[in-house]
Design a protein around this ligand. Structure first.
Ligand code: FES
Ligand code: FES
Length: 854
């Protein structure tokens, strides 16, 4: 077969999918494999002038056709798309971006002056999980203008000051598809590995027969639990089996039974089909209510309650008895998939007799190193973990998924091994947002002053602990919202079931409890006879007041200002819904929470070394701007290195909206040291010198006897307003934020826009159906919002007095708060539209559900 690829004739010896040909044979890294099933658009190419998904065509259908990938754009086009996407802040994780550029080119070639609606339509096949599409649309409109009007490309930015929209340091490579993700790596002699997953959510594994599979000509090795030195791993609790041994029960459909290594990835499924497993199927436990019954089977030997939280301050019962108005309601929020665009992938290489080099795309190289070393029973130092680009995470790449299996196979075979999840494996195996059942009682006095709340939260944590304990804890610690009252009584339980594992997911439990609390507040406002805005403003926490968890609000707290920013728009619109939220930056509650940074002067440049993972949120750019702010060096002289356990100091996991604060402050401190050293000297004088510092975000533990414990070093605050048109379509979202100093306002806006769309998806369109322990969704049916449904989003920032914030030049985290208030704000908007009070997600009987097209 012959095609023309980027203007050159190329021949293929055998028929295969165009995507496989471009990636595996032509080694084109701009064409991404986000699903291989036609749902995501990351593989978009141009075929004879039309944008086409490369995973949906075989070479035999393309004989003689002209195929263009991002690599084949003209130099002018490349320069324009890099400029416009970077300038707009349209790039986060970058995994979707080359596909977006292709859809843009196909549109602009045919229509040099498109409208925004035409742009939305053109990128409808392309999912972006990070950006919320707003900035991508702006980038495409701008690219069309540059090309149409033949505008010159501006000179590169010579300043990277704080609060300045400096272009992301990784934008160019991501836009052009040159940035390397783990699946782009190929090594000589590399084999492929894949796990056989359990046939049943709960079953006894009686016997595993691998003999036939071992005889397959492509099979290199089959491993089972017998081959794992330490079979239990886990992010916090060591309860997760690397593989289920004979004589043990499976706990969910994603449990690995055996691991096959093959010379050819195309043979993996065939080899796995030859493994014979004798199961005794058992009735799965599919909801916490059943799991809590006295006669429920034990999913783990210690019992089905994975963790419990009880928070009490004041006397909620007494305060409720004495309150004028009381509301009690039950709420339900479902499982939800992160649906990051890059499916999980890791490559492991043997090093010496007992060592490994692991290339991954997770949320912490040091966590990966720790868990793999636990599994293999070898010193951590024997395992070097290097992060490649991370194509989105949102909490879903904190646990081991592929890394440990790649490491295990490489350790046994002494060969390079790649493990890559198909999109369906990713959906079935990785952690989800916890489904929660909640009962909230909220009370206020006759003027609408909150007096007390009681809550019961039951979280379905699925088969393994993952981060379920801290997620439940945050759901509880934030359940009372960003308000000034003191009587709380909150009980939470995370319960094991045979459902998919639930773990960290952007919002970390607060997304769920905020939905319940904010919805109750609207009902209280109704009883009092004041507006939902007013009840919030009356109670909003202000500097010096005490949060329900006992922490005194910082002098910089601007919760009330976020409400002031939206007052007019909310009160003027008859179908506006409002909700507030707050979220901690940093792990807090007495945990060890340290950011570390080394600055090295090398070849006349300053190299920033931290292990803070960038899953798209832009920590590399944050650190670059902090170094610039301190030193005032030309940004071209500041290089940010990729996380690597040998080169970069441990800055912990990218979780809990912590990296901007914790690693940002460590970077600031290290840069102050370098600044001192630079006095009277040049970078050349300091060649080879290193400047290290760290920041320990010290907090008080849960249950601290202190009257006013510091649970977290800082909180960000927000109010969101969702506006509906008369048909119930979201016409706009206004999001007002106190994030301290927005280090890069365009990046922070991008985080908020992406979070709002993710939040609207959670509220309106997404679902993760699971029946009897079997997930039923595919990427194309999860209901992820696409560009045509993404409304305009207006982001507002409150003023900040940097002096009042003692770290990272006054910056606070935003990664999670961006979607926390969205679902209650949407629910409230529909309540105002049709008077129906909705207490579960996704919201029923809305424009989106009636339309039934998502
Ligand atoms: S990889 Fe082709 S559409 Fe997802
Ligand atoms: S930037 Fe679009 S998926 Fe991450």
């Amino acid at each position: 077969m012959k095609i023309f690829l980027n203007g050159q004739p190329v021949e293929a010896a055998c028929d295969k999918k165009l995507l496989a040909f471009l990636r595996d044979d032509m080694r084109l890294t701009s064409v991404k494999d986000g699903c291989s099933e036609g749902a995501c658009g990351t593989c978009m190419v141009i075929v004879d002038g039309k944008a086409v998904k490369a995973c949906t065509r075989k070479l035999s259908q393309l004989e003689g056709k002209d195929i263009i990938t991002v690599e084949g754009l003209s130099e002018r086009e490349k320069a324009v798309y890099v400029e416009c996407f970077a300038e707009a802040g349209a790039v986060q994780c970058g995994f979707c971006i080359p596909g977006m550029v292709i859809s843009a080119k196909a549109l602009i070639d045919a229509n040099p002056n498109p409208t925004r609606q035409e742009v939305k339509k053109a990128i409808q096949p392309n999912i972006c999980r990070c950006t919320g599409y707003v900035k991508i649309e702006e980038a495409i409109l701008n690219a069309a203008r540059y090309l149409r009007e033949n505008l010159p490309i501006p000179a590169r930015q010579a300043a990277a000051s704080l609060s300045h929209p400096f272009k992301r340091v990784d934008a160019g490579d991501k836009i052009m598809g040159k940035g390397i993700f783990a699946d782009d790596l190929v090594f000589e002699g590399m084999i492929y590995a894949k796990a056989l997953r359990s046939k049943y959510p709960r079953a006894m594994v009686n016997k595993i027969d691998i003999s036939q599979a071992e005889r397959h000509p492509d099979c290199v090795r089959i491993l089972t639990a017998k081959d794992v030195p330490n079979n239990k791993i886990g992010h916090i609790v060591l309860d997760w089996d690397v593989m289920i041994p004979e004589g043990h029960e499976t706990r969910y459909i994603g449990d690995a039974i055996a691991l096959a290594g093959s010379r050819r990835k195309e043979s993996l499924d065939e080899i796995l089909s030859l493994i014979e497993v004798d199961y005794t199927e058992l009735k799965p436990v599919t909801c916490p209510t059943d799991a809590l019954k006295a006669d429920a089977p034990l999913i783990h030997s210690k019992g089905n309650i994975m963790s419990k939280e009880y928070l009490k301050r004041g006397d909620a019962d007494e305060a409720i008895r004495n309150s004028k108005y009381v509301v009690t309601k039950k709420y339900y929020t479902p499982f939800n998939d992160h649906a990051f665009m890059e499916p999980e992938c890791a490559v492991a290489l043997p090093v010496g007799a007992d060592g490994l080099q692991l290339y991954t795309g997770g949320q912490s190289v040091y966590d990966e190193q720790r868990e793999v070393s636990t599994m293999l029973g070898i010193p951590k130092e024997n395992i070097r973990v290097t992060s490649m680009l991370v194509g989105g995470g949102f909490g879903g790449k904190e646990d081991m998924s592929v890394q440990h299996h790649a490491a295990l196979m490489a350790w046994h075979t002494k060969l390079p091994v790649k493990v890559k999840f198909s999109r369906q494996e990713s959906i079935n195996c990785h952690t989800k947002r916890h489904a929660m059942e909640m009962e909230f009682t909220t009370a206020c006095d006759e003027e609408g002053r909150l007096t007390a709340m009681k809550a019961l939260l039951i979280a379905d944590t699925g088969a393994y602990a993952s981060l379920g304990g801290p997620v439940l804890q945050r759901a509880c610690t934030h359940a009372a919202g960003p308000y000034n009252f003191q009587n709380i009584d909150i009980l939470g339980m995370a319960v094991y079931t045979n459902n998919v594992v639930a773990g960290a997911y952007r919002g970390f439990g607060v997304t769920q409890s905020c939905f319940a609390m904010e919805s109750n507040i609207n009902l209280l406002a109704e009883k009092v006879g004041i507006s939902p805005w007013e009840i919030r403003y009356k109670n909003a926490i202000r500097p010096g007041q005490v949060l329900p968890n006992g922490q005194i609000a910082d002098p910089n707290c601007a919760m009330a200002e976020t409400l002031e920013a939206v007052k007019e728009i909310y009160e003027a619109h008859p179908r506006a819904g409002i909700a507030c939220g707050f979220k901690n930056s940093g792990k807090g509650v007495g945990l060890k929470d340290i950011g570390r940074c080394t600055l090295e002067v090398l070849n006349g440049k300053v190299r920033i070394r931290t292990s803070a993972a960038c899953m798209g949120q832009g920590i590399a750019t944050v650190c670059t701007q902090i170094v610039y702010e301190t030193l005032g060096l030309d940004p071209a002289l500041i290089i940010h290195e990729t996380p690597d356990t040998v080169r970069t100091p441990d800055s912990g996991t990218s979780t809990a909206s912590r990296q901007t604060v914790v690693t940002g402050e460590a970077t600031r401190r290290a840069s102050v040291k370098l600044k001192e050293a630079l006095e009277g000297k040049t970078l050349e004088d300091l060649e080879g010198q290193e400047y290290y510092d760290e920041y320990f975000a010290e907090t008080d533990p849960m249950g601290s006897p202190k009257e006013f414990p510091v649970s977290h070093v800082s909180y960000s605050y927000a109010t969101q307003v969702v506006l509906l048109d008369e048909d119930g379509k979201v016409e706009k979202v206004v999001a007002a934020y106190d994030v301290g100093t927005p280090v890069n306002p365009r990046s922070v806006e991008g985080q908020i826009e992406g979070g709002v769309i993710m939040g609207l998806g959670f509220a309106l369109t997404e679902s993760f159906p699971i029946e009897g322990g079997y997930p039923k969704g595919k990427l194309g049916t999860l209901g992820i919002m696409r560009a045509p449904d993404a409304p305009p989003i207006e982001v507002l920032f409150t003023d900040v007095d940097r002096e009042k914030l003692p770290y990272a030049y006054g910056a606070k985290g935003v990664g999670e708060l961006c979607l926390i208030p969205t679902s209650p704000a949407a629910a409230h908007a529909y309540y105002r539209l049709d008077g129906k009070f909705r207490h579960s997600l996704p919201l029923k009987d809305t424009y989106y559900k009636r339309r039934n097209t998502i």
